[in-house]
Design a protein around this ligand. Structure first.
Ligand SMILES: Cc1ncc(C[n+]2csc(CCOP(=O)(O)OP(=O)(O)O)c2C)c(N)n1
Ligand SMILES: [Mg+2]
Length: 337
């Protein structure tokens, strides 16, 4: 167990927040690869609160809004930022980008751009952990939108049937693109669906990161013991779905209210009122984190672009011969006349 004191949880949440702010900056500078970037600002307690209970050897998958989760799980911000910038120095040598980062070393089985796409992989990972008696748990992180995908229910059923060490974490930021949850879901008590499959299931308010840790502790312990678990974490998506979305479908007042549910500021306030940290200490910590994330941007920008020859590296199993790159194939065909 690590990172469960409030100062540590605050530090991790601030790192996620600042990282995401810098990712937004990378986009504005025109340095991010591709046009889609999904920031997890407002959702930090979900990433940090659940990852605080994960151990070495545990595995996980994320959805398209997964930077914060990977960071909270121990990712190096330099290599993450470089990946988002599409550089060879990134986790996947620039071939994954924001939505397809993976790293077997840290148990990251992959971010996934398909809504619900990462969910079934944890069932396989859980089955593997059970056979190997490794004691590992596998955690799927996904959004409320994925509760409209049948694969979630197939996966929960199989995990319950086979008593797998698996945990499903639904980050309910109230929106799937421009659709608010109450316009898409008759019963917004999402954990009730999981309970119907026999999972240990709870919903927690993400405002207080310590509440998330408490719920994650209980549920992950059950999952490790073979009772798969489901945790819905209520929060608010502070900004648009992706960087270009200005949320024209939301009232300003709603956004103002929603952004009051700020787990980072909430933890900061609590640190001050309980006297655990004073303003000067908090400011110094924030500054240190700002420097760390500035350095990540510098690292990303300084990195080299991937070389064309590396296009298929790490894409096929090492025993497979690499297919000929499209460009040389076309050149060869054209040269033949
Ligand atoms: C199967 C599938 N359908 C539709 C989309 C388009 N899409 C991308 S993100 C998204 C909304 C997802 O909402 P949610 O799961 O709540 O995650 P959030 O963006 O709120 O983090 C949709 C519909 C997709 N990527 N995959
Ligand atoms: Mg959502």
């Amino acid at each position: 167990m690590k990172n469960t004191t409030l100062p540590q949880l605050y530090q991790e949440m601030r790192r996620v927040r600042t990282f995401e702010e810098r990712v937004g900056e990378l986009f504005v500078r025109g340095q991010s690869a591709g046009s889609m970037l999904h920031l997890s600002i407002g959702e930090e307690s979900a990433a940090v609160g659940v990852c605080a209970r994960m151990r070495d050897g545990d595995t996980f998958t994320t959805h398209h809004r997964g930077h914060g989760i990977f960071l909270a799980r121990g990712a190096d911000p330099d290599r993450m930022m470089a990946e988002i910038a599409g550089k060879d120095t990134g986790y996947c040598h620039g071939k994954g980008g924001s939505m397809h980062i993976a790293d077997m070393g840290l148990g990251h089985l992959g971010a996934n751009a398909i809504v619900g796409g990462g969910i079934p992989a944890v069932v396989g990972a859980g089955l593997s952990a059970r056979h190997q008696k490794s004691g590992a748990v596998s955690v799927a992180f996904f959004g409320d939108g994925a509760t409209g995908q049948g694969i979630l229910y197939e996966s929960m059923n199989m995990a319950a049937l086979w008593k797998l060490p698996v945990m499903f974490v639904c980050i309910n930021n109230q929106y799937g693109m421009g659709t608010r949850i109450d316009q898409a879901t008759a019963n917004p008590d999402l954990h009730e669906r999981a309970a119907a499959f026999g999972l240990a299931a709870r919903t927690v308010d993400g405002l207080e990161v310590e509440d998330v840790v408490e719920a994650a502790t209980d549920l992950m312990e059950q999952a490790r013991g073979g009772t798969p678990a489901f945790l819905a974490i209520d929060c608010y998506r502070f900004y648009g779905h992706a960087r270009k979305d200005k949320s024209p479908y939301r009232e300003e007042l709603e956004e103002e209210e929603g952004r009051k549910k700020d787990p980072v500021l909430q933890a900061r306030e609590k640190l001050l009122t309980t006297g655990l940290m004073d303003t000067a200490e908090l400011d110094a910590l924030d500054d240190e984190i700002a420097r760390e994330m500035d350095a990540a941007i510098d690292f990303a920008i300084a990195g080299e672009e991937p070389q064309m020859q590396s296009m298929f590296r790490d894409v096929y199993a090492p025993t497979e011969p690499e297919p000929e790159p499209v460009r040389t194939r076309l050149d060869r065909i054209l040269a033949q006349g």
